[in-house]
Design a protein. Structure first.
Length: 326
């Protein structure tokens, strides 16, 4: 017995099947977005990024933005796991900015004094020259290996602070900034000795030293002849950073003293001579959160990026954007 094929009905059946598959895939995609899976908010998330150089707002994919931040904020020579840790920290900063933008009309900017530094592909090519392709591939690999991952505390993105070099010990947040955050606690950060600014000495003539401090602190009233007895460290935090300094008639914080003289860190020691003062500093940066050179030292010892992040950020969770802690 021979059957005749009704091509019209067969074509209709095939079309229905294709439509059904498309609907199922669409439903799964939507569910994944709602549940924060691989197709969740991290994928296709667009940031409004104000470029401080061009004075224009760019619309960048989240991961594209993170690539630019990692390229600008951490040496590309660092270990892959350190670069991954930096990528997660940078992404966490951006995730927090989505609910707390740096200014109206933009989520983040490229000014490091306000947000995070960012480097465009053109700037990467200029800085890296013939190593551009290899370096770009290394940074991109670190970013996409952690795509969508952020650090949270209490279910919310943390203030993922980081700095270059701690000098061996990071700092509690309230000793540098206005608030005490449970996940930004002082921890040891060994292995940073290879950092270019692990320790440094900055020298000032006594006249310049006195001039700068008198300008910054109106109550100081320092004189060149008496500066050695007028300026004294009064107290330090457990990390070694200076808490309070007597500057003539003013009592200032170590952070304020550091800013007045543009010192590498608030962990400093003064040494006066007849016509100058030498200030020895340990570390570079504010010292809160993840030490980048410390992260690289951990990576060299075999730590992966998750271990690095858990070391520098206390009692946190590492999750995919949109998901609760696992």
């Amino acid at each position: 017995m021979r059957y005749r094929i009704d091509w019209k009905r067969l074509g209709l059946l095939v079309a229905v099947c294709i439509l059904a598959v498309a609907l199922v895939r669409g439903c799964l995609f939507a569910c994944a977005r709602q549940e924060g899976g691989e197709e969740g908010p991290a994928v296709g998330q667009v940031l409004r990024v104000y470029n401080a150089k061009t004075k224009k707002v760019m619309r960048l994919d989240l991961e594209e933005y993170v690539v630019g931040v990692v390229a600008a904020e951490m040496p590309v020579s660092f270990e892959p796991e350190a670069l991954k840790a930096q990528a997660v920290a940078a992404r966490t900063y951006a995730a927090r900015a989505l609910s707390d933008p740096c200014a109206a009309g933009r989520d983040v900017c490229t000014d490091s004094t306000c947000c995070q530094s960012w480097r465009s592909p053109e700037e990467m090519k200029k800085n890296w020259g013939t190593s551009y392709e290899a370096n770009y591939a290394k940074v991109t690999a670190a970013v996409y290996a952690t795509a969508g991952e952020i650090v949270t505390y209490g279910g919310k993105p943390i203030q993922a602070l980081y700095h270059s070099t701690s000098g061996g010990q990071t700092e509690d947040s309230e000793h540098v900034f206005s608030s005490s955050l449970a996940y930004l606690r002082s921890v040891e950060s060994p292995g940073e000795e290879s950092a270019a600014r692990f320790s440094a000495v900055q020298a000032f003539s006594l006249s310049d030293f006195v001039k700068k401090l008198n300008k910054e602190f109106s109550k100081a009233k320092l004189t060149v002849k008496k500066a050695a007895s007028q300026v004294k460290v009064l107290s330090r935090f457990d990390s070694g950073r200076v808490e309070l300094v007597q500057v003539g008639g003013a009592e200032v914080t170590g952070r304020e003293f550091r800013r007045a003289l543009s010192l590498n860190s608030a962990n400093f020691r003064l040494k006066f001579s007849d016509d100058e003062v030498e200030i020895e500093t340990s570390g570079f940066g504010h010292g809160v959160g993840m030490s980048q050179y410390g992260a690289n030292a951990m990576a060299k010892e075999g730590a992966d990026y998750r271990r690095i992040l858990h070391h520098y950020y206390t009692d946190v969770d590492i999750v995919s954007m949109g998901k609760s802690a696992a």
